[in-house]
Design a protein around this ligand. Structure first.
Ligand code: 7TS
Length: 412
């Protein structure tokens, strides 16, 4: 096995931190190439979750006893770490949610109720995940607003000139993906934000596939909202984050009502808690939050930039190796890419590709990747997708390529 990556990234040592990677699947070493669906978790994250349940399980923000105070302190410490990770100016602007999906739904419901009316327009792109399409469609159905879609090139890049033409005085929000989960395209989001802001239009960025791969600085991007999921960032499932600028969050009504989000309640009138609690109704995912805090600490220990360089090598190598296999076609050739390669094997359905790769211990995803309009754009029903994290090796790409050769043999 490779001891180091090309650029000295200590991948073999890092793999030791991920107990699941030691498994054999169908008698072969696991080659996990499905991190875009969910990433694997290092031992330190697993330990943080177990420690919370073993040593300090209590509800937060309400108890006056020792355990509750300790759990509250750890929960809020995680918020500060995660806020720093994306360079949010103030932890009060970071709201814990279930994941990217809930973050976008929160904005659609809350921002939507306050700011979106009949004939207003919401701009998304042709490469969105369903979770950045359907909440806006539901809002449009309720309000009579309209969805506008930025087209993309055959290579999988947003057409920025077409975006410029879509922005107008009726546009109330732009909501676009930072990194595509199918094409791997890194969108020029800073430029998109600048263009929208020049017309006083706020921007939400779906960062689900960006935070595990590229350094994210919400102040530098100047986005109004940023959403991501903890489980793709080496943390637990059921926890994620919505960053929002105070100027917007203060004007937005609560998303859900219940405990913790109120200041006072009477049957005549209820007043709401301050940020971020106004948007965190009910007992939150305390263990998940503490686990996500540990995940961010771990990732920063690995080094976000170093991880990104290693993944770049993986992507370059995978692109070269797969493109050289006769009968294999890659989808998504944008110059700025990260995280995954989508591919097609001539004459073989993507699901069959996935099933045969699984027999080799290689885990990939096959299907529409919750981006059916994007598949339609390319006239496809499905692709196979190998997605990477910093714990993957160049050798694993070789195993993938050998397994694809086997797929071709089976179907020849
Ligand atoms: N946005 C993007 C760009 C995504 O890739 C995903 C999940 C989501 C939103 C939704 O995240 P969730 O954590 O709320 O479910 N993408 C994938 C994927 O590519 N394969 O499985 C899930």
């Amino acid at each position: 096995m490779t001891q180091m990556s090309k650029n000295g990234f200590p991948v073999e040592r890092i793999r030791e931190d991920f107990p699941i990677l030691k498994q054999l699947i169908h008698g072969r070493p696991l080659v996990y190439l499905d991190s875009a669906a969910t990433s694997q978790k290092p031992q330190s994250v697993i330990d943080a979750v177990v420690r919370y349940y073993r040593e300090e399980n209590a509800n937060i923000h309400r108890g006056i006893h020792y355990l509750s105070e300790r759990a509250t302190a750890d929960y809020e410490a995680a918020r500060r770490h995660i806020a720093r990770f994306i360079n949010a100016p103030d932890p009060r602007e970071t709201i814990f949610v279930r994941g990217t999906t809930e973050a976008i739904n929160l904005v659609a419901h809350s921002y939507g109720r306050r700011f979106i009316h009949a004939d207003d327009e919401i701009v998304i792109s042709a490469m969105e995940h369903h979770s950045n399409i359907v909440p806006w469609q539901l809002l449009c159905e309720q309000t009579g607003a309209k969805l506008r879609v930025i087209p993309i090139t055959d290579d999988g890049e947003l057409i920025v000139d077409a975006y410029a033409k879509l922005l107008n005085s009726r546009t109330r929000l732009v909501s676009v993906v930072h990194v595509s989960n199918v094409l791997g395209t890194i969108n020029p989001v800073k430029r998109l934000v600048e263009m929208a802001h020049s017309m006083h239009i706020p921007v939400l960025l779906d960062g689900a596939q960006a935070v595990p791969h590229v350094p994210v600085d919400v102040q530098d991007l100047d986005c109004d909202f940023y959403a991501f999921s903890g489980h793709k960032l080496f943390g637990p499932t059921g926890i994620g984050l919505l960053y929002g600028k105070t100027a917007w969050l203060d004007q937005m009504p609560p998303f859900q009502g219940g405990g913790d989000m109120i200041s006072t309640v009477s049957f005549e009138r209820t007043t709401y808690n301050s940020l971020p609690y106004k948007f965190e109704a009910g007992t939150p995912n305390i263990a998940g939050t503490i686990g996500l805090g540990a995940a961010v600490d771990y990732f920063q220990g690995v080094g976000v930039e170093a991880a990104a360089r290693h993944e770049h090598d993986l992507l370059d190598y995978a692109t070269e190796v797969l493109a050289a296999i006769p009968g294999v076609r890659l989808l998504g050739n944008a110059p700025e890419k990260t995280g995954c390669v989508s591919f097609l094997v001539d004459g073989v359905h993507a699901h069959d590709v996935g099933t045969i790769l699984d027999q080799h211990g290689v885990a990939i995803r096959a299907g529409h990747h919750c981006a059916m309009p994007l598949m339609e754009r390319y006239g496809l029903a499905a692709t196979a997708r190998a997605s990477f994290a910093f714990y993957n090796t160049l050798d694993e790409i070789n195993v993938l390529a050998e397994a694809i050769d086997e797929v071709k043999e089976v179907f020849s």
